[in-house]
Design a protein around this ligand. Structure first.
Ligand code: ADP
Ligand code: MG
Length: 339
């Protein structure tokens, strides 16, 4: 008898889901990115029990065509690219066609969606990769996707989750970053029936910053505006008095995406050298716009690393932009407008 067999599709999906779906925050990230790709201007995320038992994402985007709904949940099905050539010009956040298939293979998913062309919408249920219901219903344009009981059929994976509080904290951090990456979208985050974040989507970074970090921080920031042919940096850095004992206040976005970069962190901190004592780290939300040919973003969906082709330039310019903004702070006398 032969010992080698092809795995069935359900098993393949479950194994592959491990790549994309690690925890509730990774589900939220994939689903919010889908909503952004669908051109939503308002996105509501609601979670319960840290997202382990309940995640609901509602968007007012373009919706999924009724006849495409089952296909959307197949592995490698996407509306975003057609050929390998498209990869070089892709501007959407997703293109691998893996998220919905993966999430549906390890959770209980319910979708209600309607696109502009359809007169009625559809309610679709898929649990552990198996379609259990598909019915027409009346609903507004856009998509609501609910994920219940993450890893209900993979107890070994479920055991690796941390407490609901910790998992909810990860989702909260992610929502803050998504709101800051997309000041043109109104985000609402509801955690255990409490509204934790609500941004207006008016495209003002300062307003999003206020919603995320509160009054004390937003009162104590200085604008950064740097522009040359190849690179623009804009955003805000904190006055030295709002620095922290760790790097959680350092936020960098490249071409609309939140990224982690030790190079940018170092450049920022060098710029603050004469302003901060040892083991104090500045606040920043800095947005970089540069030619996508000048960077390599790791295409793995869960990674946030980026490599610049010209490290020295980016380092020097970042440091200079920070120094200049800090100098401008010294020149402007403090005026307390509330007096
Ligand atoms: P990808 O985002 O890589 O294309 P996904 O598995 O995340 O793959 O989604 C599959 C397809 O389902 C998308 O290409 C898109 O056409 C559709 N889709 C998913 N979520 C939404 C949404 N919120 N609004 C409209 N279409 C969606
Ligand atoms: Mg996607």
């Amino acid at each position: 008898m032969s010992n080698i067999q092809m795995l069935d599709q359900h098993t393949i999906n479950k194994i592959a889901a491990g790549e994309v779906v690690e925890r509730p925050a990774s589900v939220v990230k994939e689903l919010v990115e889908n909503a952004i790709d669908a051109k939503a201007s308002a996105i509501t995320v609601e979670i319960k029990e840290g997202g382990i038992s309940f995640i609901r994402i509602t968007d007012n985007g373009m919706g999924i065509n009724k006849k495409d709904i089952s296909t959307a949940f197949l592995r490698h099905s996407t509306s975003k690219i057609k050929t390998i050539e498209d990869l070089f010009s892709v501007s959407s956040l997703g293109f691998r066609g893996e998220a919905l298939a993966s999430i549906a293979s390890i959770g209980q998913v319910e979708v209600i969606t309607k696109n502009r062309e359809d007169l009625t919408g559809i309610r679709y249920i898929i649990e552990g990769g198996k379609e259990t219901s598909k019915e027409e219903i009346g609903c507004p344009e856009g998509t609501t996707l609910i994920v219940r009981n993450l890893f209900f059929n993979t107890p070994a994976r479920r055991k690796f989750l941390k407490t609901p509080k910790t998992e909810g904290g990860y989702v909260n951090d992610l929502m803050n970053r998504l709101a800051l990456s997309n000041p043109h979208i109104s985000f609402k985050f509801i955690y255990n029936n409490q509204v934790k974040l609500h941004t207006s989507g008016n495209n003002q970074v300062k307003d999003a910053l206020y919603n995320v970090y509160g009054k004390e921080v937003s009162k104590n920031v200085i604008a950064v505006d740097y522009e040359d042919e190849d690179l623009t940096i804009h955003g805000f850095i904190g006055k030295p008095q709002i620095s922290r004992g760790n790097r959680t206040y350092e936020n960098f976005f490249i071409n609309g995406r939140y990224i982690k970069s030790s190079l940018l962190q170092k450049a920022l901190e060098e710029g603050y050298k004469t302003y901060l004592t040892m083991h104090k780290y500045p606040f920043c939300v800095l947005y970089y716009e540069l030619d996508s040919e000048k960077i390599d973003v790791n295409v793995h969906p869960t990674k946030m690393e980026v490599r610049f082709h010209n490290n020295e330039d980016i380092f020097r310019i970042t440091k200079k932009a920070v120094e200049q903004s800090l100098k401008s702070m010294d020149l402007i006398p403090e005026v307390d407008l509330e007096k």
